[in-house]
Every structure is written in C-alpha cells, then in structure tokens.
Design a protein around this ligand. Structure first.
Ligand SMILES: Nc1ncnc2c1ncn2[C@@H]1O[C@H](COP(=O)(O)OP(=O)(O)OP(=O)(O)O)[C@@H](O)[C@H]1O
Ligand SMILES: [Mg+2]
Length: 605
C-alpha cells in the first residue's frame, strides 16, 4: 500500500523544530537569555538545578509581556521582533523566528510569569509539551520569569544523549559567559543547586571581557581596535605564548551575537603565523559591529553561523589589525612563569642587583641598546609602536654576500657585552633582568624578515651556473616544480625539468653561496613534495623562505665573534617578530631579576 501524504500535527512540527534548536539544557538557557536581552533587561538571574534537567529558571527585569499576548509567546512563528518581509534582511535583535519558546514548550513543562510596567499584576501561562493553558493572574515583579522543568520528557532519544548534570551545567555556564561578554552593562547571576557560581555585576567593557579569560592571561594581552566606513572591530588578543591546542579562549561576536566563523578564525590564526607553533589557537575576544543589512543571520538553526556580504573584507581587516598589533609589541616569552604577588622593585635597584649578579659594575645603558628596542613589558592596550614608530631596517646592509652576520654602525654598540655560551646561546642584560637567546633561532628570524623585505623590491640576486647541475627528481617533485617555478625565480633559483625524471639547476641565490646548490635543491624538492604541494602561493613562499633562512643562519655550535654577537643583538631590536623564529619557536627567553630572586629564594630584598 502506498503511504499517504499528510500534513504533520502542530505538536510534531514543534518537536522537529526543537530538535534543531534545543540540543541540550544549555541551548534553552541561550534562547531564554537572548529573549531577556531583547526585552531590554539590565539584570538577569539564572537558576539551575541538576544541570538544567531539574529546573532552568531565568528572571529578567525587561519590558514584560502583556497578558493577552502570553499565549502567542508559546505559539509558533509568533514574534514581536519582525513585522515586514524587509525586516528579515536587517535584523538587530537576537531573536526573530518566533520559534524558541514554542520549541522549548513542546519538549518540556514550561511556565512564563510576566508583568509589564503599567500593570498592577503579573500573569502566568503554562505550556506542557504543547498543551498551552490560559493566562492567569499571579504574584510577580515587573519583568519576565521563564521556568523550564522536565526537559525532553517526551523525547527520550534526546534525553538519552545528555551527559551528567555537571557536564550539562558546564555547558550552561559557558553559554552564560559567552552571552555576558558583549553586554557589560547588564548584570548576570548564575547559580547551580542554590550555590552561586557566577556573579557578573554591570561593569566596564574591558572588565567584562577579562571575566572570560583565566587569571594568568590577564597581563598577557594586547587590545585591538580599528574601524572603517562600515565596520568597527574591537577586543583583546592574547600574547602568542598563550595559544592553546584548542580554540577554547577564542570568542567572536557580531553585533552582540556570539558566532562561529571559519573565515574570522583563519584570519586570526594567520595573524599569528610564525609566532605560535603550527596548530595552536591564539586567545582572542573580538567584537565586530556592522550594519545589520551587511550580514545574513538567518542561515543556521541556532544562529551560531552567519553569512557576511563581504567576508574577504572581514578577513583582511582582522588579519591586518591583529598582525599590526603583534608586530608593534615585545613578545619575548618569560623563562619562568610570572609571579604577580612579588613586590615591585624600582628599576635602578633592579639594575644594581643584576650587575651584582654578574659581578660587573652597573652600566649606564641597559641591553639591548638599539634605540628602538621594544618596551619590555606589555600592559594591555597601547603598544609602544603607536607612539614611537619603528624605523625601517637598513636594507642596504641586510643581505650579506655570505651568510655571516654583518656589523652595524658603532652608534648602536651595547654598553654591556653579551656572552656566548656553548657556541649556541647568547646571554645579555635587559632592563629588568636578562635575556637568553638561541642564536640560530634569532638569526633565522632575522634572515627571514630581511629576505622577505628584500623580496618586496624585486627578485634576489643570483649566480648563474657555468654548467647546469642535474639532479634526479620524482614525478611528484616535477609537479611541484611546475607550481613553484615563478616563486623560485623571485628567490634567485632557476630550475628546469630535463627528461622525465631529472631537473637542472641553472642559477642559485648569491647569498646562499656557502651552500651546495645540489644539496639545497634536493632537500627543497623532498621537503616540498611533502609540505608545499597544494598550498597557496603565499604559503609556499613562506615555506621556501623559511628553509633559506634556516640554511643561511648561523647554527648552534658556531662560534661567533664579539662583533657578530653585537650585530645580531642590534638587529633583534630592528626587525619584526624577533621573539619567535619563523616556525614559531621562541628565539629569546626572558628572566627577570624577580624571577631569579624567587628561584634563589632570595626573597629578603
Ligand atoms: N523575557 C522576555 N521578555 C519579554 N518578552 C519576551 C521574553 N521572552 C519572549 N518574549 C516574547 O515572546 C516572543 C516569542 O519568543 P521566542 O523566543 O519564541 O521568539 P523570538 O525571540 O521572537 O524569535 P526566536 O525564535 O528567533 O528566538 C518574543 O518575540 C517576545 O515578544
Ligand atoms: Mg527568542
């Protein structure tokens, strides 16, 4: 027998909608909080029992609902937030579908208690799995209380997939925090089984943002702010060392709505490229405001994803704002964790103690002595580059004929010499302690920055081979060669395919003259076929430059002359991103006097 086509009952339709919107107790909390925000609440209290499976009660002091409209609040496709078709394309409220309460009511026992400012009494209404009662007078304050009990009582499948109360509650508290971050003027209180868990009084924007991050991140941040004709971007970003394997500490908002967006996430990660190890996720709270008509929020059941009219523009705005901020900051990681409770010691005293530590007389000038060495401390907000623009490096001297380190003019000589240890590490005095530098990692970063700056003026100089050098190559390597040929030409490497399984080197960069071209190209092709194939041109360029910088840089184990050490340290202050090598590993560690005192248990100072 043919199955007959028939219209679904309204309760079934609602349950299907609930399946999309209400995944777990935290989704109920999110919807109810959004309603409270749309109602203009200034204080919102969230009471949870048993991870939301026992009770979810959200009380706000917003505009309330008039008694005659209470049944509509639980009705499907009933909303006060959209009127005309055009409204859908410029949404400025969190809700607009008129679906959330109907969905929630269809899978729970829900109650609305609400009172408007001009009414003497409150009214209540119940929705028990789709059975909606008549409104009745009840006692209550101005505003709305929404209670949800027995969630998923009639959808056992969904209930089975829930985790224990503590896991469900952790999703709820995360949802509350996420929503609270862009709304600092609204007070939020969250309790679980009558125990207060989160109390966020109305506060400043920055204080509210910081409530979302662990305590130890708080000093380690920079603020970001930019705008153009259509967009305002503001927020805070964490220093690269705070990057974590997951995106847990990343929060993106669009017009006050929390969103997930691959384009924005990619832009953020791109901005940190070379500063964190690959795969790590920087911490960031970024809020974007734009005209509601430039974004479509009606693309995802829970509105967690949106569609931007111009996502390329968003990407470049975030990338440039974040990158600029990072380039202007001193990102040197500390050798031992920060101790916020240590007493603040005057800078002069610090210098004296440091000098004594090294059994040297105190010096007038502290290291690094380049006039534009970045500020040692980052206090959230202003980086020094905003007030003192960094000079452009002196490119004339930057690409040495051989990959040794060239000297800088004597004006940049340092008063306190650095020491080379084990032919691998340099140790030098800094404003508030000492720095330990990995000579290879730092030189690699310097070479990388100098090479990329040099490249922007045209192809690198190369030397032509008297006789081409031929090398065996696999089909995959030849494929790669076709992809990277133009890029290699810019870098001064000329390669061509000769025959089905060989390539020839015709020219090789002058500054790599110390290297054996055959060895270098063999390694380039071998590594390239694993790492470079199918990348974008920019990513490939980064990969090859990386390799060149690595090969050209001094190695661990290379003894350096005092002039070379001095030049290396002076350049550290002149180049961008000197804190990390192009692979993201640190070049420099910092040990403050305070750290040393702590380690030596010399706390009596
Ligand atoms: N806390 C509240 N205070 C005042 N009015 C509310 C509150 N919660 C809901 N309402 C009213 O009930 C209506 C229905 O709420 P519901 O959440 O179902 O839909 P919505 O917010 O309009 O759209 P969406 O389904 O996208 O959330 C709202 O449009 C609003 O008028
Ligand atoms: Mg809603």
């Amino acid at each position: 027998m043919l199955p007959s086509i028939h219209q679904l009952s309204q309760t079934l339709v609602n349950k299907i909608a609930a399946g999309e919107v209400i995944e777990r107790p935290a989704s109920v909390v999110k919807e109810l909080l959004e309603n409270a925000l749309d109602a203009g609440a200034t204080r919102i209290e969230i009471e949870i029992e048993d991870g939301g499976l026992g009770l979810i009660r959200i009380t706000d002091d917003g505009c309330g609902i008039v008694p005659s409209e209470l049944p509509l609040a639980f009705a499907t496709h009933a909303t006060s937030k959209l009127t005309t078709d055009e409204d859908l394309f410029a949404i400025s409220t969190m809700g607009f579908r008129g679906e959330a309460l109907a969905s929630i009511g269809s899978v729970s026992h829900a109650r609305i208690l609400s009172r408007t400012a001009d009414s003497d009494a409150a009214y209540e209404i119940f929705d028990r799995g789709g059975a909606i009662s008549d409104p009745q007078a009840a006692a209550g304050n101005v505003g709305t209380t929404l209670e949800v009990r027995n969630l998923f009582f009639n959808t056992p499948g969904r209930r089975k997939f829930l985790r224990g109360p503590s896991t469900e509650f952790s999703h709820i508290s995360e949802a509350v925090l996420r929503l609270a971050i862009p709304h600092p003027a609204i007070a939020f209180k969250l309790s679980h089984n009558n125990r207060s868990v989160l109390d966020l009084p109305a506060t400043t924007e920055i204080d509210r943002w910081l409530a979302a991050w662990p305590q130890e991140f708080i000093e380690q941040r920079l603020s970001v702010q930019t705008r153009d004709a259509e967009l305002i971007l503001r927020g805070i970003i964490g220093l690269p060392e705070m990057a974590r394997p997951t995106a847990k500490w990343q929060y993106f908002y669009l017009n006050g709505r929390t969103i997930r967006d691959r384009v924005l996430q990619h832009a953020l990660r791109e901005a940190y490229r070379g500063l964190t190890e690959p795969g790590r996720q920087p911490a960031a709270i970024l809020l974007i405001d734009m005209p509601p008509s430039d974004v479509d929020v009606n693309v995802h059941p829970t509105k967690a994803e949106v569609r931007f009219k111009d996502s390329g523009h968003m990407h470049s705005l975030i990338l440039s704002a974040v990158r600029e901020k990072l380039l202007g900051a001193d990102l040197t990681p500390r050798a031992v964790p920060r101790d916020n409770t240590a007493p603040i010691i005057e800078r002069r005293q610090l210098q004296e103690q440091l000098a004594a530590f090294f059994k040297q007389p105190p010096s007038q000038e502290t290291f690094p002595s380049t006039p534009n060495a970045p500020a040692p401390e980052i206090k959230g907000g202003q980086s020094r580059s905003e007030s003192e623009p960094q000079p452009k490096p002196r490119w004339a001297s930057v690409i040495p004929e051989t990959p040794r380190i060239t000297s800088l003019p004597s004006s940049s000589t340092s008063a306190t010499p650095a020491i080379q240890l084990h032919n691998s590490y340099l140790v030098a005095e800094s404003d508030d302690g000492l720095i330990i530098i990995d000579q290879h990692a730092l030189h690699e970063r310097i070479m990388y920055e100098e090479l990329s700056a040099r490249l922007s003026r045209g192809p690198l100089e190369s030397q032509r081979m008297l006789l081409p050098i031929t090398l065996p190559a696999s089909a995959r390597q030849i494929d790669l060669l076709e992809q990277i040929k133009p890029l290699l030409a810019r870098l001064g490497i000329e390669l061509s395919q000769i025959g089905p399984s060989a390539v020839a080197i015709h020219a090789f960069p002058s500054f790599l003259s110390k290297l054996d071209p055959a060895d270098f190209v063999t390694e380039l092709l071998e590594r390239g076929e694993q790492e470079l194939l199918d990348l974008t041109q920019e990513e490939m360029l980064h990969g090859v430059l990386d390799m060149m910088a690595c090969k050209a840089a001094v190695k661990a184990g290379d003894p350096l002359t005092p002039a070379e050490i001095e030049a290396l340290l002076a350049k550290r202050g002149l180049i961008d991103r000197s804190s990390n090598c192009p692979h993201g590993r640190p070049t420099t560690l910092r040990l403050s006097l305070r750290d040393l005192e702590k380690q030596f248990k010399r706390t009596g100072f």
